[in-house]
Design a protein around this ligand. Structure first.
Ligand SMILES: [Zn+2]
Ligand SMILES: [Zn+2]
Ligand SMILES: [Zn+2]
Length: 957
């Protein structure tokens, strides 16, 4: 709208306009300018300054879940850390002392595997300490890299003092947490069938197992009944086996390699089983599966010669399909887990190679020996398969079954099979000696660890709410926690074992000494002779009286380590109390960190370590596919930061509904960048460019004296601020993003700022009219900088530096609080102008109608620009009275040169208003471009209107 200079003579008039002017750059150049801000913050010690400013306030603690230090950050990290930063910063601006201590998970298999690969054969000759040093260097390198990358995104936190699971202090906390379990009898060492990766040669936790598709050979195998085949005890009945044919059962398995370890056949106690007579045999199988089995094995299920419940077979003896009777006697056992949905209703039982099988083995006192070594090689078997790896042994074992006439059917199935989440190889169950935390350990008050944990889950606020069921189901059904790993890079289970009987020394005084040593020298100390000296020389084994001891060299599960973070970080200083207010991680942490932290805290403190748990979804591409190298659909936060700015990554995080899986692509990032430019220029830059001569202490207009529409704008801003702070409380950042984009584009740019231009540009600079508008946009700009600072961390602080200075103004927007109603509206604005609020609701509706009418006449070519028009409004009461109250403002509201108002007799439909648009009377003012019948009346300024001549006189005086 400001007139362009057309000729020399008119330049003079143009110079009398208050045209927008600011040094706040239109082009953000974020990749270059963000690092400058980072330096500024570092220079002023922003994080410590915030702590200082909030000292003594109520605390809000978001306890950081430690990312794994083995690579640069990816989009999932960026999403998670930005969300945490939004929460921490918004809680801070809401008045809380909300410290943020970032953490890193540094021990564990992935780093050890990487270091293995880097060291190659060299590792074999290295001492454990040298390997641990190599691992530590590797982790430290990525911890440092990730720390820089997180800070580059504008994340504030105690980055100069993070927590890391590989520091001596932290390692001693892990050990003390373990000792609490150990000394209170939660811990036992025992033979168990656990997940085992034969590639990495270690036990795996539930949380370290992923299900992937796998093709397995499936076999139906005959186990001949040895005891009483005439059919007395097995329930075949007196008349049943008149034929004298041999009796056998049929088992079904997808792991033929477990057959050498087969010790029993399990039947369901209550299901009905049948004896089916075929040409050569009588087969015992479940009635419900008899037809399917008969079809597969090629016999008819017609000739049923007996029916009995599964329990009738308990204690019967069967022949192993290929091992001799002298060596292996298969026993009939009962198990509730035998299902009737697939197979034969009879399963072979290899206690060494299955969790259920193992429990059945213990119950029936069956040999639990495992003949598969750590590398997955079968030992002590027949020459056909001895020395082969488990999966390679499948084929020769199937062949062996054929030659023994025991194979009734064979096929391949594709099914979901457990794989190692680190190396992605299929894993097995293997019975080994491991350390466990017993879920049924009774605690104070007589309840078990499992029960107490389930009770604590109910006290936590889970967000989304389904999280509660998810974790409760996991805790309710999980087996004992296998906490030992047979690796080097971690925290050793620092316990002394009797060299003769293997029993562990349970001496709290010794434990304290070990923990102290760890605190001073780190867990490395366990690998030095110094640790040996901690056991008093006269120690005697409590079980066998043995006098010689060795150190347990297994390390502890990394989930136990990170699960101890609450104890390492919280409860030591005043503003980091225990428990945390919030844990926020990806949904996979229900079985990971949320889970292990909960068990660690309930086991040692009888309470959950958090009051609330929130989860974010996965990052996917626009088509909903996971990001992968092969698809080339990955979005790297570091790349986006270098190309578009860290602020764009932050704004993208705010734009998505993080509780669901979230979409990202270069395309979407570009769209966010466009929206960023709108916020930067049409919002902040517009405001700043009109405040160049505004000194709040001198020029600010009290609310009660402001123009009505300026008060309306401030009331609207107050409502937006209330909505936004409410959404911060709900972590509904995507709603904030949507609202702010709409507020900026519609309420401000298209309406208020548009209306203001005439007043801001053409009024005398120091006029009340202009100062009123400046006061309003200053409060809006200043308020929005504070409201959006948790999300637009860089830009809001940049804006802050360009805002007119006020007395005692904070050095950074991050040292301020959210704006509130009394700041925006003053004491006069607290609901006292209800009548004016109602007026504005009506006026803005009328505006819509007038704009429509103007558009019609513009199309009819009656008018060109709006200023060429005048409007005649005719309205009945009560609308007429509203319009009358604001009569002087009406022409500015729809930006025409004049508006006349008439009272209509009665409502004539709709709002009862009629709008007539015609060409404006008078001449065009060369200064403000409005038409006026008064142009030329002032001889001093013959080409301008009466408003402009007044303004020019005011400026002159
Ligand atoms: Zn593995
Ligand atoms: Zn002993
Ligand atoms: Zn004018």
């Amino acid at each position: 709208m400001p007139p362009e200079p057309e000729a020399e003579a008119k330049l003079d008039l143009k110079s009398t306009l208050n045209l927008p002017k600011t040094d706040f750059p239109m082009k953000a150049n974020l990749p270059k300018n963000e690092p400058v801000l980072l330096e500024r913050w570092a220079g002023m010690g922003i994080y410590d300054r915030i702590r200082e400013a909030r000292k003594g306030q109520a605390t809000y603690v978001l306890h950081d879940g430690p990312p794994y230090a083995n690579g640069p950050i990816h989009l999932g990290h960026a999403l998670n850390k930005c969300l945490k930063d939004f929460i921490v910063k918004s809680k801070t601006m809401a008045g809380f002392d909300s410290p943020y201590v970032p953490g890193w998970d540094c021990h564990g298999l992935p780093i050890e595997i990487k270091v293995d690969q880097m060291l190659g054969g060299k590792k074999l000759q290295m001492q454990p300490l040298a390997v641990r040093n190599a691992c530590r260097e590797y982790a430290a390198k990525f911890l440092e890299l990730q720390s820089v990358q997180f800070q580059r995104l504008g994340i504030f936190g105690q980055f100069d003092h993070p927590y890391s699971t590989m520091t001596p202090e932290y390692e001693s906390v892990i050990l003390e947490t373990f000792y609490k379990f150990f000394e209170n009898d939660f811990v036992y060492k025992g033979l168990r069938s656990t997940y085992w990766c034969i590639h990495d040669e270690t036990a795996l936790a539930e949380a370290e197992v992923e299900y992937e598709d796998h093709v397995s050979p499936t076999v139906w195998v005959k186990y001949a009944l040895q005891s009483d085949p005439a059919g007395i005890h097995s329930g075949l009945g007196e008349a049943a086996n008149k034929s004298g044919k041999p009796v056998a059962t049929i088992i079904w398995t997808t792991t033929p390699w477990t057959l050498p370890a087969s010790m029993a056949v399990a039947l369901h106690p209550d299901e009905e089983y049948v004896g089916i007579e075929t040409e050569q045999d009588i087969f015992i199988i479940a009635e419900r599966l008899s037809r399917a089995t008969a079809e597969k094995c090629g016999f008819s299920a017609e000739n049923v010669v007996a029916r009995f419940p599964g329990r009738a077979v308990e204690g019967s003896r069967f022949h192993h399909p290929f091992l001799p009777w002298e060596e292996r006697k298969i026993v009939g056992v009962l198990a509730d887990y035998v299902t009737m949905d697939t197979g034969t209703g009879v399963v072979h039982t290899a206690p060494a190679h299955g969790a259920d099988d193992f429990n059945t083995g213990v119950k029936y006192k069956i040999d639990l020996t495992c003949n598969v070594d750590a590398a997955g090689v079968l030992r002590n078997g027949l020459p056909e398969y001895d020395g082969l790896k488990v999966f390679a042994a499948n084929h020769p074992i199937v062949e062996l079954l054929k030659t023994r006439g025991a194979l009734l059917h064979e096929e391949k199935i594709q099914h979901s099979y457990p794989h190692c989440w680190r190396c992605h190889n299929p894993i097995i169950f293997r019975a080994t000696e491991q350390w466990f935390i017993r879920m049924e350990t009774p605690m104070d008050g007589g309840k078990t660890l499992r029960t107490r944990t389930l009770e604590e889950i109910k006290k936590v606020k889970w967000d989304p709410a389904w999280g509660e069921d998810r974790i409760a189901n996991m805790i309710a059904t999980r087996p004992d926690w296998c906490i030992s790993r047979q690796r080097i890079w971690g925290t050793p289970i620092a316990v002394f074992l009797c060299a003769s009987c293997g029993d562990s020394v349970k001496n709290p005084a010794v434990n304290r000494r070990v923990a102290k040593l760890f605190a001073e020298k780190g867990a490395d100390a366990w690998y030095t002779p110094e640790a040996d000296t901690l056991l008093p020389a006269d120690t005697k084994c409590g079980k066998c009286g043995g006098l010689s001891f060795k150190k347990e060299m297994d390390i502890i599960d990394v989930w136990f380590e990170s699960g101890s973070s609450h104890a390492a970080v919280l409860g030591h200083v005043a503003n980091l109390p225990w428990p945390a207010d919030l844990y926020l991680e990806g949904g996979d942490q229900y079985r990971g960190w949320f889970h292990s932290s909960l068990l660690c805290a309930v086991g040692t403190r009888d309470a959950a370590p958090y009051r609330g748990v929130a989860t974010n979804g996965w990052t996917l591409d626009e088509q909903g596919r996971a990001m992968s190298k092969s698809l080339g659909n990955g979005v790297e936060p570091v790349e986006i930061t270098e190309k578009l700015g860290g602020e764009i990554v932050r704004l993208w995080v705010a734009s998505v509904d993080f509780r669901n899986d979230v979409a990202c692509s270069d395309n979407l990032m570009q769209r966010v960048a466009e929206n960023y430019r709108k916020l930067r220029n049409t919002l902040f830059r517009y405001i700043l460019s009109n405040l160049g001569d505004f000194v709040p202490s001198r020029d600010a207009v009290p609310y009660s004296e402001m123009h009505s529409i300026d008060r309306h704008a401030l009331r609207q801003m107050t409502a937006v601020a209330a909505e936004i702070t409410g959404w911060y409380d709900e972590f509904a950042f995507h709603k904030i993003y949507q609202r702010i984009m709409q507020y900026c584009a519609v309420d401000l740019s298209a309406v208020y700022f548009d209306i203001l231009k005439d007043r801001l540009y053409t009024s005398a600079p120091r006029s009340q009219a202009r100062r009123s508008a400046q006061t309003a946009i200053w409060k809006i700009g200043e308020g929005l900088a504070r409201l959006l600072a948790p999300i637009m961390t860089f830009t809001c602080d940049e804006v802050w530096q360009y805002l007119p200075a006020t007395a005692g103004q904070a050095e950074s927007v991050h040292l301020t609080s959210f704006p509130n109603a009394s700041e925006l509206l003053g004491s006069a604005g607290k609901g006292e102008d209800k009548a004016e609020q109602d007026d504005w609701a009506a006026l803005l509706q009328v505006r819509e109608e007038v704009l429509k009418a103007l558009e019609v006449e513009r199309t009819n070519k009656v008018i060109g620009g709006g200023l060429e028009a005048q409007v005649k409004l005719s309205a009945p009461d009560p609308l007429y009275s509203v319009l009358q109250r604001h009569e002087g403002d009406l022409r500015y509201l729809w930006i025409v040169s004049a508006t006349r108002l008439e009272k209509a007799a009665s409502p004539n439909g709709g709002t009862g208003i009629t709008v007539q648009v015609s060409k404006a009377d008078g001449l065009k003012c060369e200064r403000c471009w409005n038409y006026s019948t008064h142009v030329g009346e002032d001889s001093a300024y013959p080409t301008v209107c009466e408003r402009c001549s007044a303004a020019l006189k005011e400026m002159k005086s």
